[in-house]
Design a protein around this ligand. Structure first.
Ligand code: PMP
Length: 437
């Protein structure tokens, strides 16, 4: 393990680099619910890595599948050819997906999935003779990865301001969070369905036949666990249907059991036209994402504009053999262990535990859905994010990994978590909040 001062060459996105060098947190191995750190400590994973290790760490069937694949077929192009593992992984994914979303386009990450989905939406309209449909609609506080498409439709102001002007013709819906009306909601808040009417206003402002697609996370994850108000997604769906607009769900976080069902579309009862996934698709073990679409959308995209014969869209690492092997093994493991149902069963346990933090020091809101919870802290005056960051450091030192985004703490343990482990994660956080300044 390098000494703290030798860590300078390692690029650490978005972390407080100086603090990290003073007290490095290096993860050297993992097993089940635990990471092992460089200084020999066990760290209980309250975040499933970055919301991706849904079946727990280093699961033998997944590790074995990757090993086997690596010894068999290191690489195969996805252009004009393929490999059997890609068909097996695609079939398993399509079988799990909501009815109708049975065509799979593999990518290498969530960001690639988002850019791919946006391009599919544009191509779909163009091929059908509706090339004027170019406008894309995202949402404030939406996170869709770091590609130019994703930050254009995303609602993270700093990304947009830093890298602009970005894609032209993008509008944003308002975000769905209002603490004064939704504070301490359990599950879906009752207030806020009519925020979806903003889509009608955008449609009125522009000719609806200029709008290609709306993209939202069904539950916004990394911007602070913003649970969709009851009825909100249904209203977005209805407006899209009325005007021939494609609805895209970014299920990179919500997919693969996080909300106690295969996808948020299942849990929340609204099926999109396109769905982006990544993370839990391979349990985090090999980078991979995918876009799921209907046969009609697929055919339009693959056909391309009239007369096109050149390279249209695809990645060198689309359907990489190791990723396909990992995905196939991961989806089988989810099924065999009934992990999505397990997440549903544990939802009330996590809900009770986190809502008991109400009234604790610094806590101004608690919200939850499935096996995800957000705990929002009152920001320290003149130092936004500092309080939650201190909670993160203290929790880590106490052997529990949490995730922070701004002053919001997100809990999203692997779906194999036990009731006792949920208790330990939340108890540690409760104790730490007493110490946080
Ligand atoms: N979409 C959503 C909803 C995400 O949460 C993320 C990652 N946190 C992404 C897209 C981007 O995925 P990746 O980091 O794999 O590019």
């Amino acid at each position: 393990v390098p000494a703290p001062n030798d860590l300078g060459a390692y690029w650490m996105p978005f972390t407080a680099n100086r603090q990290f060098k003073a007290a490095p947190r290096l993860l050297v191995s993992a097993d089940g619910m635990y990471y092992s750190s460089h200084d020999g400590r066990q760290v209980l994973d309250g975040t499933a890595g970055l919301w991706c290790v849904n079946a727990g760490h280093n699961r033998a069937p997944i590790v074995e599948a990757i090993r086997r694949a690596a010894g068999e077929l290191d690489y195969a192009p996805s252009f004009q050819m393929g490999h059997p593992g890609a068909f097996r992984a695609a079939s398993a994914l399509a079988a799990l997906a909501p009815v109708g979303l049975d065509h799979v386009f593999f990518t290498g990450s969530g960001s690639e999935s988002v850019d791919t989905a946006l391009k599919i939406a544009l191509a779909y309209h163009r091929v059908r003779g509706e090339g004027q449909r170019t406008r894309l609609i995202g949402r404030e506080r939406g996170y869709h990865g770091v590609g130019f498409g994703g930050i254009s439709v995303g609602g993270i102001a700093t990304n947009r301001r830093t890298f602009g002007p970005l894609l032209a013709g993008v509008d944003h819906l308002p975000h769905t969070y209002d603490r004064t009306r939704q504070g301490f909601s359990r599950g879906q808040p009752e207030w806020g369905a009519d925020l979806a009417d903003a889509l009608d206003r955008i449609v009125t402002l522009h000719d609806p036949s200029t709008i290609a697609a709306v993209i939202v996370e069904p539950m916004a994850g990394s911007t602070g666990v913003l649970v969709p108000p009851r009825g909100y997604l249904e209203r977005l769906r209805a407006t899209c249907d009325r005007h021939g607009i494609l609805l895209i769900f970014d299920e990179v976080i919500t997919g693969f059991g996080r909300l106690g069902a295969p996808f948020a579309a299942d849990r929340l009862g609204v099926v999109p036209d396109l769905m982006t996934v990544a993370k839990g698709l391979t349990n985090g073990a090999v980078p991979m994402g995918a876009v799921l679409v209907s046969g009609a959308v697929h055919d339009a995209f693959m056909q391309g504009p009239p007369g096109q014969i050149e390279l249209f869209h695809g990645y060198t690492y689309s359907a990489h053999p190791l990723a396909c092997a990992a995905a196939e093994a991961t989806l089988a493991l989810y099924r065999e262990e009934g992990l999505f149902q397990r997440a549903a069963d544990l939802e009330p346990v996590l809900e009770e535990a986190v809502h008991a933090l109400r009234g604790r020091r610094h806590v101004i809101d608690v919200r939850n859905l499935g096996l995800v919870a957000g705990i929002e802290l009152e920001p320290r005056p003149n130092a936004p994010g500092a309080r939650a960051y201190e909670a993160f450091v203290r929790c880590y030192e106490a052997g529990v990994l949490i995730r922070v985004t701004g002053d919001i703490i997100a809990l999203s343990p692997p779906l194999i978590v036990s009731e006792a482990e949920i208790g330990r994660i939340v108890d540690t956080l409760r104790d730490v909040l007493e110490l946080v300044t």
